[in-house]
Design a protein around this ligand. Structure first.
Ligand code: MV4
Length: 667
């Protein structure tokens, strides 16, 4: 039995491991870098040891520091999580030598998978299906070309030391072979300081299907079925699911058994994943084996009802596997999506900064969120920009997919760009809904999945108007100057009858400047906005505080976040980010819609009647500001539709006073 476990990792996986350890009565030790001093995994562990500066090399990747932390705290085991030291055979050995249990496979099993060509030779021996190819040591270019011709084009050149698509080249015809070989070797040499290449027949439009295996120290092994991780973007997984849609039971069994042969061939212990390419005919081929717990393990937990970290701790302590193959069954269907701080509109550039809000959807036995961050945390440049993983389970694929979409709609993240909308477009795409997933899914459907021209809808305008009104009320109630710059209305000396006056505010939404007009109070607010596509005006009444409102007769969940001049509203499962623009001050420039107050002041007199036709420069109203009277005049010949103010009223600079229509020349 492991009594005290050090988790040599950070973020969601550290938190995930701590959760199981706690449940099992195992004490936990977190480690952390300078950047993570207040991180969730540090808060959740029983103890925490500081490792060093933020860069992983000086903290999470520093073997001596991690081992010293384990010794100091008396940990009897180390869980490496994924990434960092999880597949470092040297670290695994160092743990063994220090008498500390490494929760993972033996060092030799990690090493066996270190070279792709060596791994393929072992797999060939173990009768694990391989893509027809060459993985020998003779690297003479002429010999390699001969093999390519034998295999048949198209072929794929792969770096023996590679991974993640680096040093990989597709070659379509013999003429291109030598140029492609040179390029792939150069790339591989640069990336891995090794240019040994292997050649495979290119499998056209395959699926990535991987098998979860588990082995104990007694020599038993089971497979916990498959995960389909085909939907990827530049070798980054986007959606994972279990079971693989449409996989015949017979193929599942064959793949599971092949994966176990792979594991046994290298003396595997613990949780491992054997990756296969699955082609359109149902044939599958070994790609590689990951000798760690994987990011996407929760979908397997969901469909098997097992806790894989608990299994790891049991096996690590020397216990036999808790279940035999015949005890394992697939229950329903599960999806995982990875929520990243990144900008899908800008080539998925990682986003950094402060999470102004991190509010995952409500969780239950079918909706799980694994995260290592909370509102207020910083997403830094030092580590992976993954914010969390959302995992859902349903009785079948369709139900799981519906729950996934709903959960994504309820997920609120503000302060950083993220990929939630992108994920929703992926999972709602017809091809995805129908289970037609391949490794080319995102490329094939790029047009439909990537950002389309965004339109602003009435509900969203209404929500922004409600936000503006709410901010205005807050600003008015504050007497002292505010530290927060956000307050387009902050005047400090002003009172106004908010029920009758129409205010207007320019905001930037979806890269466009729009103007929102609003009138009324928190309880009942009217709004207008020309830019909305479906309706240009409406009313909002709020119920039960700020999270529920009736927008134009529909009751919706609604909330907002702001910092500085930037705001976000969440309404009806969607997010709209906007920027408050400074009001127009000075001359009455706006002739199309009306006249604004040039400054804060008091209305002295209205000089025209509503509905009156007036000529250019005719005085319309007088206001007083800074002890001087100012006359607002008609900007052109036209009609005074309505006054949004009355004599004696105090008005803010920039607020709309008169609705005015310029007369247009008629035929
Ligand atoms: C392949 C292949 C087609 N044919 N091998 C990409 C990363 C590396 N782990 C293996 N990869 C591939 N190997 C043959 N013989 C296509 C891919 C591939 C891929 C595989 C899994 C998931 C996503 C992928 C995206 C592009 C290419």
């Amino acid at each position: 039995m492991i009594r005290k476990l050090l988790i040599a990792n950070r973020g969601e996986i550290a938190c995930r491991i701590i959760r199981t350890a706690r449940r099992l009565g195992v004490a936990t030790v977190a480690v952390y870098s300078d950047a993570d001093a207040n991180a969730l995994h540090v808060q959740q562990a029983d103890e925490a040891v500081h490792l060093g500066p933020a860069p992983a090399k000086e903290s999470y990747l520093d073997i001596d520091k991690v081992l010293a932390a384990a010794k100091r705290t008396g940990a009897d085991a180390i869980h490496p999580g994924y990434g960092f030291l999880s597949e470092n055979a040297g670290f695994c050995r160092a743990c063994e030598e220090a008498g500390i249990i490494f929760v993972g496979p033996p060092a030799a099993a990690i090493e066996a998978m270190g070279s792709k060509s060596a791994a393929k030779r072992i797999m060939e021996e173990a009768k694990v299906p391989l893509v027809p190819g060459y993985h020998g040591t003779n690297q003479d270019p002429g010999i390699l070309e001969g093999h390519a011709n034998r295999i048949g084009y198209p072929v794929l050149l792969k770096a023996a030391a590679g991974g993640g698509g680096k040093g990989m080249r597709r070659v379509d015809k013999a003429d291109d072979f030598h140029a492609a070989l040179d390029a792939a070797k150069r790339e591989s040499q640069n990336a891995f300081s090794d240019d040994v290449m292997l050649i495979e027949r290119y499998v056209v439009n395959p699926r990535h299907v991987e098998i979860q295996v588990f082995c104990d120290k007694q020599g038993n092994g089971v497979y916990l079925f498959e995960r389909d991780c085909s939907v990827q973007r530049r070798h980054q997984k986007v959606v994972e699911e279990a079971p693989a849609p449409g996989l015949p039971e017979e193929t599942r069994k064959k793949m599971g058994e092949a994966a176990l042969r792979a594991a046994h061939a290298i003396g595997y212990v613990g949780a491992g994943t054997v990756e296969f390419l699955l082609d359109g005919s149902g044939a599958f081929y070994f790609m590689e084996m990951n000798t760690r717990l994987q990011v996407e393990h929760p979908v397997t937990e969901m469909i098997t009802g097992q806790d894989l970290v608990a299994w790891q701790l049991a096996v690590g302590a020397g216990d036999p596997l808790p279940l035999a193959q015949e005890d394992l069954h697939i229950i329903g269907h599960a999806f995982e999506v990875r929520i990243y701080a990144e900008d899908p509109d800008n080539d998925f550039l990682p986003a950094t900064g402060k999470l102004l809000r991190h509010q995952p959807p409500p969780q239950d036995s079918a909706v799980r969120v694994d995260t290592g961050v909370q509102t207020g945390d910083e997403i830094s440049v030092h580590y992976d920009p993954m914010i969390s993983k959302l995992i859902v389970h349903g009785r079948n694929r369709r139900e799981a997919l519906a729950k996934l979409d709903r959960a994504l709609q309820h997920y609120q993240i503000a302060g950083l760009r993220h990929n939630i909308e992108f994920l929703r477009r992926v999972i709602n795409h017809t091809a995805f809904v129908n289970g037609r997933v391949t490794t080319h899914f995102i490329e094939d459907h790029e047009q439909e999945i990537l950002q389309q021209e965004q339109q602003l809808r009435a509900q969203q305008c209404a929500a922004i108007a409600a936000f503006l009104q709410h901010s205005e009320t807050r600003a008015q109630h504050r007497s002292a100057p505010r530290a927060d710059a956000f307050s387009p209305w902050h005047a400090g000396n002003n009172w106004r009858n908010g029920l009758t006056v129409w205010r207007r505010q320019k905001v930037e939404v979806h890269g466009r400047e729009i103007e929102i007009h609003f009138s009324g109070s928190e309880e009942k607010l009217q709004w207008r906005c020309d830019a909305a596509v479906d309706a240009q005006q409406g009313t909002i009444s709020s119920l039960h505080g700020q999270n529920v409102a009736v927008l134009d007769g529909r009751r919706v969940n609604f909330s907002s976040v702001a910092q500085g001049s930037e705001g976000t509203v969440f309404v009806s499962g969607e997010q709209v980010d906007f920027k408050i623009l400074p009001p127009d001050i000075g001359e009455t420039s706006d002739t199309a819609h009306g006249l604004e107050a040039p400054m804060n002041g008091t209305i002295v007199a209205l000089l025209a009647d509503a509905g009156a036709k007036v000529s250019k420069d005719q005085p319309l109203l007088v206001m007083e500001a800074m002890k001087m009277e100012h006359t607002l005049r008609a900007p052109a010949d036209g009609t005074v539709n309505q006054f949004f103010c009355a004599p004696g009223e105090l008005v803010d600079g920039g607020s709309l006073l008169v609705d005015f229509t310029v007369e247009t020349a008629e035929a």
